[in-house]
Design a protein around this ligand. Structure first.
Ligand code: RIB
Length: 301
């Protein structure tokens, strides 16, 4: 069983379904509203747990109603929450999400997520030392992200840095990551490069191995052993909601990394494809038997 540690955000997603995205100053009538458990860190933790990993999370929640619900949700997925702080003087993170024609627009209010500290990461040292892989994203303070990258390097535990939401990052940090998992926009932003540069060229310029997600088109990947990027095509599905597809991809990638990059990327693409077939970031994330059945079905001649 893979042991995964996720250092990252936990949000309550406030999801509105709409016929299209409103313009500035415009009011639209939506068709449905729901709350759903989310946050890039929590989503990646849930994706990994459903695929059979033993998962520990490092993060922060407010001591409020959303915090209670999110804590209970993660616990019900079997995720170890010993390193998730509960803050008395801050609310839980939230994300206002509009879904229109299966695409989304998201505004995140970090709240408690902005209080995740390097000391919390250090307090999880023993858990991280036993992990097969660590996942970290950019919805928590950058000093906590840096602490995660440095601790992973010191302990020789691979760290997957998912540079989302997009931010420019110091080249030295990128060099500390075992894998960088951006989409094209996030890769260009992280490197401080022109967004119009060909993504394969951006992948060559990155100072660490890159697994680049391309939505429904699948993913490209390049590691040290394989200087030229290779492609894993996407799996065609009927998309309902793409929220959390990247998180599902990252969680699955971490779980299957020990099988080698080509196999892990293929399974991550399949898990991400399944995730978009249901509403909510965590709503469509597959359990292991579901993923196995999907892959067997898609492998038939
Ligand atoms: O990646 C999707 C996630 O981004 C949502 O669950 C939302 O909470 C934001 O963090």
């Amino acid at each position: 069983m893979s042991r995964i540690v996720v250092v990252g955000s936990i949000n309550m997603d406030l999801v509105t379904l709409a016929p299209r995205f409103p313009g500035p100053g415009e009011t639209l009538l939506g068709s449905r509203f729901l709350t759903a458990h989310g946050g890039k860190g929590a989503n990646q933790a849930v994706a990994a747990a459903r695929l059979g990993a033993s998962v520990s999370m490092v993060g922060a929640l407010g001591r409020d109603a959303f915090g209670d619900q999110l804590h209970a949700g993660l616990a019900s997925e079997g995720i170890d929450l010993a390193h998730v702080a509960r803050l008395d003087d801050e609310g839980s993170g939230s994300a206002s999400i509009t879904v229109a024609a299966s695409e989304n627009q998201i505004i995140v209010v970090p709240a408690a997520n902005a209080r995740v500290t390097p000391a919390q990461v250090e307090a999880a040292r023993e858990t991280i030392a036993r992990a097969d892989a660590v996942l970290v994203q950019l919805e928590i303070p950058l000093d906590a992200v840096e602490a995660t990258l440095r601790l992973g390097r010191a302990l020789a535990v691979p760290v997957i840095l998912n540079p989302a939401p997009a931010q420019k990052l110091p080249a030295e940090w990128l060099g500390l990551a075992s894998y960088l998992t951006p989409n094209q926009h996030e890769l260009a932003t992280a490197l401080g490069e022109d967004a119009h540069t060909d993504f394969r060229e951006l992948m060559r310029r990155a100072p660490c191995p890159v697994v680049l997600t391309r939505g429904g088109e699948g993913a490209w990947y390049r590691d040290h052993a394989q200087p030229e990027p290779a492609q894993q095509p996407g799996f065609a599905v009927d998309a309902i909601d793409t929220t959390g597809a990247g998180d599902t991809f990252n969680g699955a990638l971490a779980v299957f990394l020990h099988e080698g990059l080509p196999a892990a990327v293929r399974k991550a693409c399949a898990a991400a494809a399944l995730s978009v077939t249901r509403l909510g970031a965590q709503g469509g994330m597959p359990w292991q038997p579901e993923l196995d059945a999907f892959l067997a079905d898609r492998s038939r001649p």
